[in-house]
Design a protein around this ligand. Structure first.
Ligand code: FEO
Length: 396
């Protein structure tokens, strides 16, 4: 895809798909790739909204030149400085002589630190405007969604919100770019994964950003990853509102760490009992098989969370320790929590899960279920209590 028009003759999507990068931020798996979206506004003045990851940029400058058709590029609007969007700034700056960079005070600190650029900067503050001719742009500071300098650019004329990472999804754009061209259920999952992995830690700041944007008519949301939402932008704005309030669907994620299968047997038992108690959405994951990125996504999705760990050198299993630490960093909220585990010679798994529960302050639905040795029918009683209690809580 060279480019495509968001607004006929005036606003062009000029993004790329990246199917080579395996880990986003060198951490989050990209099984289905990712797109980087950049936009070019052709008006009396011309403006590029965000750029691309440099290693995926390909013939980006050529594509811009083709659209400019001999005209000059007047502005680069920098909504976000993470290198997947700022990677091409220096090349564009050097190529289009005299182009002005638009950003805020915090943007320009990073611009200088990354690219050594200190000239041709046009600083904008919250609610500042820029007249391109037909398009009247307005800038909204949305700090910590998810970096300190993040801002959004709103086109008052065509009511397009260039939102940066907000409302973005993992996953390449396989032909369809706009929400009316695709089956968006895949992207809803990948948008939640992007949100929970990358942005969710700053949910309170997302709420502040949404409050700031409330009342602004939005006909299209144009993020820096994933589809452009021009048919039903209210859908993704609503999703972000729910996720940043930690509102979740009814269901339970059971995540277990098991060395010899005993804790796994408990996970399956609890899952069965949840089902017998009427829970329809139950997901069971072995922490040694499923990447934490997907675990966090499912934790965000459902209102019940049950963690199980075997003892490992008198501690919990290291991968479970990593998950609990990540959940603490993310300040996860609004989950009902259940705990279980097993041990063979000394405890440690459940004991340390209890410490986690105390620190994170999620509501424990029952006493933890802990089994010494192999599970058996007579040892499962506490698992049954845990499942019943969780089922009752999540359905309220
Ligand atoms: Fe898509 Fe925060 O970068």
């Amino acid at each position: 895809m060279h480019y495509t028009e968001l607004v006929k003759g005036k606003v062009h999507w000029i993004g790329v798909n990246d199917r080579r990068k395996r880990l986003f931020e060198n951490m989050w798996p990209l099984e289905k790739g990712v797109s980087y979206n950049s936009y070019l506004i052709l008006d009396e003045k011309t403006a590029l909204v965000d750029t691309l990851e440099d290693r995926a940029a390909g013939n980006y400058i050529e594509r811009i030149e083709k659209l400019l058709n001999g005209r000059t590029l007047d502005y680069i609007i920098i909504n976000h400085m993470e290198p997947d969007h700022s990677g091409e700034i220096k090349d564009i700056y050097n190529h289009f002589k005299g182009v002005k960079l638009i950003g805020n005070q915090k943007t320009f600190k990073i611009v200088e630190a990354y690219w050594g650029i200190t000239e041709n900067l046009l600083q904008v503050d919250d609610c500042a405007s820029l007249d391109l001719g037909y398009h009247k742009l307005k800038f909204y500071m949305t700090p910590w969604v998810h970096w300190p300098e993040t801002m959004m650019t709103y086109d008052e004329t065509d009511q397009i919100l260039f939102s940066g990472d907000a409302f973005g999804s993992f996953g390449t754009l396989d032909g369809g770019i706009f929400d009316d061209e695709i089956n968006d259920s895949f992207f809803e999952e990948e948008m939640r994964r992007y949100y929970s992995n990358i942005v969710g830690k700053y949910s309170n700041m997302v709420q502040k950003a949404l409050a700031k944007l409330q009342g602004i008519p939005v006909k299209a949301v144009a993020p820096t990853h994933g589809p452009v939402w021009r048919s039903n932008p209210a859908k993704v704005i609503g999703l972000y509102d729910r996720w940043s309030r930690y509102e979740a669907e009814e269901g339970v994620v059971i995540i277990f760490a098991s060395m010899y299968g005993n804790t796994e047997m408990m996970a399956d038992y609890i899952g069965r009992k949840l089902s017998e108690n009427g829970v329809k959405n139950i997901r069971i994951h072995d922490i040694s098989r499923t990447h934490i990125s997907h675990l966090i996504n499912e934790i965000w999705k459902y209102n019940g969370l049950i963690l199980g760990s075997c003892a490992y050198n008198s501690e919990m299993f290291p991968l479970m320790e990593n998950l609990t630490r990540e959940l603490q960093h993310m300040n996860i909220r609004n989950k009902y929590l259940g705990l279980f585990g097993s041990y063979s010679w000394n405890g440690g798994g459940v004991k340390n899960l209890m410490k986690f529960a105390e620190e994170i302050k999620l509501e424990l639905v029952a006493d933890p279920a802990e089994i010494y040795g192999k599970p058996s029918d007579e040892k499962y009683q506490q698992c049954e209590v845990l499942a019943k209690s969780m089922a009752e809580k999540i359905k309220k």
